[in-house]
Design a protein around this ligand. Structure first.
Ligand code: AMP
Ligand code: ZN
Length: 457
């Protein structure tokens, strides 16, 4: 079972081989937490959750370390805090919790590590100091800048030419740049900026630029060279290009060996984005559709392809799940055989995460169940459930699903996700409160290797 992944850096599909099969490392750029996430923001966590599950299956859950960060300092956060009067730490903690609940309801397993930018300021200062010492960065009146011409192979990830890079860098304020493509590593504090968003540094009070946080967090939690680095297509330039510049110039070795990027989720052929205002919040969608329906919708296109978010897509996804759950209901009284995931599903996922093909294979199993006799059911049911676990689907009791009690299931999914988040945050009192509340309704939470599920007793 060889995994092949499309690497943005080499522009081809390559066999994946980790540096150390006993410690496979993956880093996905996470959200900036100042408001609710939209369903486009869920595409990277869902796509790379499938990869996480596949890697755990292949290398063993204890041999895969997955980090996804939280950006909890940035211009938009400072602006949101100023607009609402809510302290920054409170605002970011609130929206981080909401984010985790939302993607938890989409069946996303919690990464092993969730580093926060504000917890890694010292590591960022160390990398910046290293870059200054090596002549890759310089301090000016407005902070510290990375000097792009100091890196011979700058631009290798995006393949942009000089003019495009300069145009891309121009969105940043021209803070005494030696070269128009130079970008900020450290931003000197402005008088109006709040105390909570400034830190001491060798270059005076200020805060980090955006790109440096991922260089520091990836290094701190995974190492100087990681196996897989992923995120949305829009991050290739400048974010990932600049992460490469910072990490590689500071450490003298590759930052990541495989770079993966998901395509955009669109609505009416336009990228879903907060700045365009054409967003559907996960939080609102969960009032209408179950998390699994949305997860299946997100997986219905290959992760590198664009995907248009429509009502028809959701209706179709719900119908597909209904059919799968109906097959499982029919086989309700049969003990599933311990088959593991079926070959067709595995090879589809191993081929650069071909989820549409994997879903077709799963649907074919349901057809087989409907056609074949009881003697074949243990095998088919075992395969369906194993494929479901790998894809993060079929996690409900088929009777609950059939009852169409979707609103209720959604509420319970969200409560289970909230309990998980509370446990991660070591708020055991809150976790226990949620568990007891559900138990009072006759709902039992089952904790397993792939996260928590629930059932009615
Ligand atoms: P942001 O909060 O805009 O920095 O986005 C967080 C993550 O979501 C990044 O990895 C983005 O690439 C990704 N993302 C944002 N919008 C979309 C979209 N419409 N489709 C797919 N991914 C997106
Ligand atoms: Zn990043």
């Amino acid at each position: 079972m060889d995994i092949r992944l499309h690497n943005t850096l080499t522009r081809e599909k390559q066999a994946f081989s980790p540096q150390n099969p006993l410690r496979v490392t993956m880093y996905v750029c996470g959200p900036t937490v100042y408001s609710y996430a939209h369903i486009g923001n869920a595409r990277p966590p869902v796509a790379f959750d499938v990869l996480f599950r596949l890697l755990r299956l292949k290398y063993g859950a204890e041999h895969v370390v997955y980090a996804a960060n939280i950006t909890d300092v940035d211009d938009k956060i400072i602006a949101a805090s100023a607009a609402t009067g809510q302290p920054i730490a409170e605002l970011t903690a609130h929206f981080e919790r909401k984010y985790r609940e939302d993607i938890g309801a989409l069946g996303v397993i919690e990464p092993n590590v969730r580093p926060h930018a504000t917890e890694h300021i010292q590591g960022m200062i160390e990398i910046i100091s290293e870059l200054v010492a090596k002549g890759h960065a310089y301090a000016g009146q407005h902070g510290v800048l990375f000097h792009v011409p100091s890196m011979a192979d700058y631009g290798k990830l995006s393949g942009r030419n000089r003019d495009e890079m300069v145009a891309g860098a121009r969105v940043e304020v021209d803070a005494g740049k030696r070269d128009p493509a130079d970008f900020a590593l450290w931003k000197a504090a402005k008088p109006a900026e709040p105390k909570e968003a400034r830190w001491d540094s060798p270059w005076g009070e200020g805060r980090p630029g955006w790109h440096i946080e991922c260089s520091a967090m990836a290094k701190a939690v995974l190492g100087e060279t990681i196996d897989i680095h992923a995120g949305g297509l829009d991050l290739i330039f400048p974010h990932h290009e600049n992460e490469i510049a910072q990490s590689e110039c500071a450490h003298g070795k590759p930052m990541a060996r495989y770079w993966l990027h998901n395509g955009f989720l669109s609505m009416d052929a336009e990228k879903m984005s907060k700045s365009l205002g054409n967003v559907k919040l996960i939080h609102d969608l969960l009032k209408l559709y179950s998390g699994e329906t949305m997860r299946l919708a997100l997986m219905s296109a290959h992760y590198r392809q664009p995907l248009d978010w429509t009502e028809a897509l959701l209706t179709q996804s719900k119908a597909t799940l209904d059919r799968l759950y109906n097959a499982l209901r029919r086989m309700k009284d049969v003990e599933p055989a311990d088959t593991g995931a079926p070959q067709g599903v595995l090879s589809a996922l191993c081929d650069d995460l071909n989820t549409p093909l994997a879903l077709a294979e799963l649907s074919a199993l349901a057809s087989e169940a409907n056609k074949s006799g009881v003697q074949d059911w243990p095998q088919i049911k075992g395969q369906m459930l194993a494929a479901g676990a790998l894809l993060g689907l079929l996690q409900h009791d088929p009777d609950d699903w059939a009852r169409g009690d979707a609103a209720d299931a959604r509420r319970i999914d969200a409560a289970v996700a909230a309990r998980m988040a509370a446990r991660k945050a070591k708020d055991f009192a809150e976790a226990d409160r949620i568990r007891k509340e559900l138990a009072a309704e006759g709902i039992e939470i089952m904790d397993g290797a792939h996260g928590s599920t629930w059932r009615r007793l």
